[in-house]
Design a protein around this ligand. Structure first.
Ligand code: NAD
Length: 419
């Protein structure tokens, strides 16, 4: 789903996307009113003693967009630009994403407006624990299950789980996902987003009759999602010809050795300087002649300005919102096959669901079980979206929204409404 740069626009855009898909489905107005808006919006004050002895008040949020199909699910973001509007947009987005992959969760999201780069580990722990206390009435394994998002990680989840468990008097691992393995995390969660993205690319290649073996790939953003997708694509016989991160872009038309690049990135934090590659600019990277482009960094990477230069046949949105709405229209008109973010990167929340299932059943799966189940979920979701795309001649992004919104709409109608 495209997401705008300004936070106000992000929520407006989420509502616009909803309307476009709802119009395409001819969705009844009463049903729209029941599922379009967040069910609960909580703003809390988080007063925390900083290391210098002073108290600072942080503003924080938890939004539950939908509980129609199950507990709320969505990450917690720590970022200076977190606003309520942004959190509402992200929560809305999670509802349709969970429904596209047909997992029994609704959408939720949380955020603390803070700058983690200027906070110590102890300060982050105090913020997390105080924030958890503030949102405690809303969260729980049957109610709303947070996960990591931008600048939060498995350590943050461990603190949330501990704070929540202290109030209960016993351990409740199912209250969060993305936990360390030693606290009930799932094997395969770390690579789930890149792996899910890879499965959807395989499906898209099959659909287009494009052999993955020998195809050329460009990956923008060599972080968790991008590097795993690149590694799996390389293992499947594709040639990853260019890769970038926030520090630079590298290019080798013969193919970059991804395992070695991961090693360099782990050592130096950069992709720049990789042997047998030449530096190129970000603009050149996006304009490379390739079969598959994987934007895996931030929002608004492909815009009206650079979309005309994109030559990839498939754009696989590992990142959330990497295409602006204008870029979307340009690529659609060129016939580019877009794997929309709410489908392409849904592997992360899918394995979060697996983690919750394992926690609740106290029975843990082997990595291969996780991969097999993830592959089934992603392939089924891809085919569901493809069917709508082909049958109704809708852009893939709208088709994905139609699938997600359709499932929530069906559920709300079957449940009915309390008079
Ligand atoms: P990450 O922090 O591990 O990686 C992000 C990468 O992008 C880093 O390598 C960074 O250097 C690079 N980057 C930043 N700015 C860039 C720029 N201007 N040009 C090129 N590279 C740039 O984050 P991640 O978890 O891989 O998330 C990436 C995207 O995937 C985000 O949009 C995130 O919302 C989305 N996503 C991630 C998950 C997940 O489980 N990790 C799940 C769903 C969606």
């Amino acid at each position: 789903m495209p997401i705008a740069t300004t936070t106000e626009n992000a929520y407006e855009l989420a509502l616009q996307n909803f309307d476009t898909a709802a119009d395409a489905m001819g969705l009844d107005n009463d049903v729209r009113m029941m599922i379009k808006y967040p069910e609960r919006v909580l703003t809390v004050s988080v007063p925390v003693r900083l290391d210098d002895g002073h108290i600072h008040r942080f503003e924080a949020y938890r939004v539950q967009h939908s509980s129609v199909r199950g507990p709320g699910k969505g990450g917690i973001r720590y970022h200076p630009q977190v606003t309520l509007e942004e959190v509402k947009a992200l929560a809305t987005w999670m509802t349709w994403k969970c429904a596209v992959v047909n997992i029994p969760f609704g959408g939720a999201k949380g955020g603390v407006t803070c700058d983690p780069k200027h906070l110590s580990l102890h300060e982050l722990e105090r913020i997390t624990r105080r924030y958890t206390s503030a949102i405690l009435p809303l969260i729980g394994p049957e109610q709303d299950i947070p996960a990591p998002d931008v600048y939060t990680n498995s350590q943050t989840m461990a603190w949330i789980m501990d704070t929540y468990s202290m109030t209960k008097g016993y351990s409740v691992p199912g209250v969060v996902t993305g936990k360390p393995l030693s606290l009930g995390g799932s094997l395969g969660r770390n690579e789930a987003t890149g792996r899910g993205c890879f499965y959807t690319i395989q499906c898209a290649c099959d659909h287009l009759g494009l052999p993955l073996t020998g195809s050329s790939v460009v990956v923008q953003g060599f972080g968790n999602a991008g590097s795993i997708a690149a590694q799996l694509l390389e293992e499947a016989g594709a040639r990853v010809i260019a890769v970038s991160d926030s520090t630079g872009c590298i290019y080798n038309p013969k193919g970059i050795n991804i395992k070695e690049l991961m090693h360099l990135k782990a050592l130096t934090g950069k992709v720049e300087g990789f042997p047998e590659s030449e530096p190129i600019t970000p603009a050149e990277l996006l304009a490379l002649d390739c079969d598959i482009l994987v934007p895996a960094a931030l929002e608004n990477t492909v815009t009206a300005d650079n979309a005309p230069m994109v030559r990839a046949k498939i754009v696989a949105e590992a990142a959330n919102g990497p295409l602006t709405p204008a870029a979307d229209r340009i690529l659609e008109s060129k016939g580019t096959f877009i794997i929309p973010d709410i489908l392409c990167n849904a592997g992360g929340v899918t394995v979060s669901y697996f983690e919750w299932v394992q926690d609740e059943s106290h029975l843990f799966w082997e990595a291969q079980d996780v991969y097999n189940r993830l592959e089934r979920v992603m392939r089924t979701a891809f085919n569901d979206v493809l069917q709508i795309h082909l049958a109704r001649k809708l852009p893939t992004r709208i088709a994905a929204n139609v699938v997600g919104i359709g499932r929530v709409a069906e559920a709300v109608q079957i449940r009915g409404i309390y008079p």
